[in-house]
Design a protein around this ligand. Structure first.
Ligand code: G16
Length: 539
């Protein structure tokens, strides 16, 4: 039976960098999810007759939310919903399924790399027909709608069984339950040289992949072990759990600690990798060796010809402004297009749709290509495996040869967490005001050459976005300041440090960037304003 439920608005449903992210305790409040979903449907002019994709990373509230969304979609006249078996689907798979079926939209229930569970976070990523996250113009409309919502529609019906593949009905809406892993595998097989990677594993190449108890566990087992022949124990933490088994599913040196320890031990495998909660982020490690996401993008771009899907050439490459400039040097050498965009994968999508770029990536452990409109964690790991299989070189060798050829961007992100939102906003506003007066000033060994807010003018739709503040120094070093758009606990100030060197110097990145980190605190007046003498997290 169709029911119209009266509701009262929540005023905090503004989407961040990628969708809505909230503490689980907030997301599970009465009508909270329902208000948000109905606001989306209202903002896009209704979903009657449309097809949507639905899945999630399996975190707490995933199961309940999926049932609610299916029933609301049916009540709003949707024609068809394609749902992942057991309600699971990674973000990259969702983008693929959306594009393949020419669907009108899609939801991935995830707070990405944020922890899960009752005391963790929940979230919703909303993708549009292009396969990418909804643009700001759409999320603004949804937010306006959410502030005035009075009612939502829902079907009163028993829960849908999502364990069996195939088609069923919910009211008048068709529900197709699919195996998302098969969908994903079919796409990867077309991109990579699976035979070469199979030979690599057969030759004794050792590997470990940490799925962090999140959505990519079953994908990794099927692809790396069952299909490519890696040893069965090379995929760990591969059962998706509602609280990720207490792990923080953010694949970086801090949160993927057990993997990092293994890769830095004497019996380290040849390569290590990890993904985040919803499978769009990745980390790459060699034996006692870490590849920064910025270098990873540059290296994959430089080696595109080894990957079958790209061997005939790539259009160009893009990175977020905060990401190191490593890939810019590769783009120049290859004579391909090069773009710098604001933080947020959605900004790459127009560039892909218009064939301006093939590869893109961000410092926040996101790498991908135009095969979909999201970043793709397993794609990145397979890319490295493919390059290793083709060149016969180790992760470290590939990276060091890259630095020799192009020089090295010593790079690090400093996060100052849990700052009062007003303090953080004022810090950024005041710094922006002070920027012109910084030019020409000397801070220790660093002299400011230029200091501007980063403004992106989209070459396709003409929209303009301001995101972050950049200070350039005369020696080609840079500091980028921006506030995170994905946190759920006060504000996080991110400070990105980069120093470019052509000589082989110290291996200790933290030491190499020590003075620049001090300079970043001085310029941003970080300690005076936040009381923090050091960053809370270095990645
Ligand atoms: C999301 C976006 C990414 C972006 C990241 C930035 O990642 O999809 O494109 O780089 O947020 O996060 P912040 O604003 O906190 O720096 P994900 O993996 O959380 O979806």
């Amino acid at each position: 039976m169709l029911k119209t439920v009266r509701t009262t608005p929540y005023t905090d449903q503004k989407m961040g960098t990628a969708g809505l992210r909230k503490k689980s305790t907030i997301a599970t409040q009465e009508n909270y999810l329902e208000n948000f979903v109905q606001s989306i449907f209202n903002a896009v002019g209704g979903v009657k007759g449309q097809t949507f994709i639905l899945g999630g990373d399996g975190r707490y509230f995933n199961k309940t939310a999926i049932q609610k969304i299916m029933k609301m979609s049916a009540a709003n006249g949707m024609k068809k919903m394609i749902v992942g078996q057991y309600g699971l689907m990674s973000t990259p798979t969702s983008s693929r399924v959306l594009l393949k079926n020419k669907a009108d939209g899609g939801f991935v229930l995830t707070a990405s790399h944020n922890p899960g569970g009752i005391n963790g976070d929940f979230g919703i990523k909303y993708a549009v027909a292009s396969g990418g996250q909804c643009p700001t113009s759409v999320s603004d409309k949804i937010y306006e709608n959410s502030k005035n919502i009075q009612e939502y529609k829902i079907l009163e019906a028993p829960d849908v069984d999502l364990s069996c593949l195939g088609t069923q009905k919910l009211g008048d809406m068709e529900i197709e339950v699919i195996d998302p892993i098969t969908e994903y595998v079919q796409m990867m097989e077309k991109i990579f040289d699976f035979a070469a990677i199979r030979r690599l594993f057969a030759s004794g190449f050792t590997f470990i992949f940490d799925a962090m108890n999140a959505v990519t566990g079953p994908y990794a087992r099927r692809i790396f072990v069952d299909i490519l022949g890696a040893a069965p124990d090379s995929v760990v933490n591969d059962v998706p759990m509602e609280d990720f088994g207490g792990l923080h599913p953010d694949p970086n040196l801090i949160y993927a600690k057990p993997l990092v320890e293994k890769m830095y031990s004497d019996n380290a495998p040849d390569m290590g990798g990890a993904n985040d909660g919803d499978g769009d982020r990745n980390m790459i490690l060699g034996k006692k060796f870490f590849v920064t996401p910025s270098d990873s993008l540059a290296i994959l771009t430089d080696n595109y010809k080894y990957i079958p899907a790209y061997k005939n050439g790539i259009y160009g490459v893009a990175k977020s402004a905060a990401t190191s400039t490593a890939v810019s040097r590769v783009a120049k050498a290859l004579n391909i297009g090069y773009y710098e965009v604001p933080t947020g994968w959605k900004y790459f999508c127009n560039l892909m749709d218009s064939n301006r770029i093939t590869f893109c990536g961000e410092e926040s452990f996101g790498t991908g290509s135009c095969h979909i409109r999201e970043k793709d964690g397993i794609w990145a790991i397979l890319s490295w495996l493919n390059v290793i299989a083709a060149t016969g070189k180790s992760v470290e060798q590939i990276t060091r040869e890259h630095w020799q050829k192009y020089g090295r961007s010593y790079y690090m992100r400093n996060d100052y967490d849990g700052i009062d939102v007003n303090v953080a906003n004022k810090l950024m506003d005041d710094l922006e005001q002070r920027m012109p007066s910084l030019v020409g000033k000397k801070f220790g060994n660093f002299t400011v050459k230029e200091a501007n807010p980063f403004i992106y003018n989209d070459p396709v739709d003409g929209s303009s976005t301001k995101n972050g503040l950049i200070v350039y120094f005369t020696d080609n070093s840079r500091i980028v300041y921006r506030l995170s758009g994905t946190g759920t606990n006060g504000a996080t100030l991110r400070v990105y440090l980069e120093r470019y060197e052509t000589k082989q110097l110290d291996e200790d990145v933290e030491k190499m960037l020590e003075e620049l980190a001090d300079v970043s605190r001085q310029i941003g007046e970080i300690t005076e304003r936040t009381g923090k003498v050091k960053a809370d997290l270095l990645t």
